[in-house]
Design a protein around this ligand. Structure first.
Ligand SMILES: *Cc1c(COP(=O)(O)O)cnc(C)c1O
Length: 369
């Protein structure tokens, strides 16, 4: 095949081995802790055939080489750990809560320093990059749905001498591919949309640089933050259908966002697909779709917002995102999330019928009024 496959096809077709007659169609679950001596694989902490199939798909989709880890935060830790002692990291002030808590913990012990910035404000973010070792980008951000100008930040970050990493969990490689925009590293919480069925916790790092790949692989072997082969199999099975899942979830999210805008109990909807969203025009340029995540601010703050989560019957009140089922939670209930509007509900939109979703959400919003 000479023509580059489309991302939807890559998700289905990559990672299937040599296609020799009689081979299994799917990669087997390689349940082994070690390998007979003399081959390329040596020990189960260093390599596994089921990981490699999943890595071939994630790497192929992002346009680099992927390594899977025990969790998204395990993958993020591997990237952070390759920085020198005393390094400076620039991160979105509204980055994923776990990333901020990790950096806060490391800064508290003198391992590194970090500078929080408004990542949607490109010039302010780049002004903070002087002397920085790493610029960390998230877009859309979790859960404020801010859009960062990845291309401009990559160019400016590199000019300042920083490595640039992008947490691509919310967008997935079907909607944006940061390595093509010049980023050095992409990380994923595979737990979310890539695996897509709320049944595994896993992460991935992707890079096109051999040196970085070697450094991250060393981190994985030395830290031992490795996924189980069964989990890798499940994640790969989920990833095969990413394109169709995302298509439905996005369509549902767009419809919910447009209906929620005029709901009497809703103060504000944050979804880059809305034409008056602050990130809309940049997202339209940078992404192939607006994604399946949205946030709503409920009138009256924390208490009515919690009440909505208590009244839903179909939507699942739970943390996490990217599964087939729609999930809702008030993010401000978590440590480190008190900076958020107290009535902000993050909704991870799933694959249910839109009218079923709407009637449940509508009754839950109206229930207390
Ligand atoms: C969930 C999440 C992570 C962390 O991934 P885990 O698999 O939970 O360790 C990192 N970044 C973003 C944007 C996330 O949503």
């Amino acid at each position: 095949m000479t023509k580059e496959l489309s991302p939807a096809t890559k998700a289905v077709a990559l990672g299937r081995g040599d296609h020799a007659a009689g081979d299994p169609l799917n990669v087997p679950v390689a349940l082994t802790s070690t390998y007979r001596a003399g081959g390329t694989r040596t020990y189960g902490r260093d390599g596994n055939a089921t990981w490699e199939a999943l890595e071939a798909v994630i790497g192929g989709l992002e346009g680099g080489d992927a390594l899977v880890f025990a969790s998204g935060l395990g993958a993020i830790s591997a990237v952070i750990e390759t920085l020198p002692v005393g390094a400076t990291v620039v991160i979105p002030a509204d980055a994923y809560n776990g990333t901020r808590r990790l950096l806060t913990d490391l800064a508290g012990r003198g391992r590194l320093a970090f500078r929080p910035v408004d990542i949607a404000d490109t010039s302010a973010a780049l002004a903070a990059c002087g002397g920085a070792d790493l610029l960390w980008i998230e877009s859309p951000t979790n859960p404020l749905m801010a859009i960062a100008d990845i291309g401009a930040l990559v160019a400016g970050g590199h000019e300042a001498g920083a490595l640039v990493a992008v947490d691509n969990t919310f967008a997935t490689p079907l909607l944006q591919r940061p390595l093509e925009l010049g980023a050095d590293v992409v990380v994923h919480s595979v737990t979310k949309l890539l695996a897509g069925h709320s049944d595994v916790v896993m992460g991935a790092v992707v890079t096109a640089s051999q040196d970085l790949l070697d450094a991250f692989r060393r981190r994985r072997s030395l830290h031992g933050a490795i996924p189980g082969p069964m989990e890798a199999f499940l994640a790969l099975r989920g990833l095969r259908t990413l394109d169709v899942r995302l298509e439905r979830a996005q369509a549902n999210a767009a419809e919910l966002a447009s209906r929620l805008v005029s709901h009497p109990e809703v103060e504000r909807v944050r979804y880059p697909g809305l034409s008056d969203d602050p990130g809309h025009s940049l997202a339209a340029k940078q992404m192939a779709g607006f994604g399946a995540m949205l946030s709503v601010e409920v009138r009256g703050g924390a208490e009515p917002a919690e009440a909505v989560c208590g009244r839903v019957r179909l939507l699942v009140p739970a943390t996490s995102l990217g599964g087939v089922e729609t999930m809702i939670e008030r993010r401000g209930r978590w440590e480190g999330e008190q900076y958020l509007p107290p009535g902000l509900l993050r909704i991870s939109v799933g694959l249910e019928n839109i009218e079923d979703l709407w009637s449940d959400l509508d009754q839950a919003l109206l229930g207390g009024s």
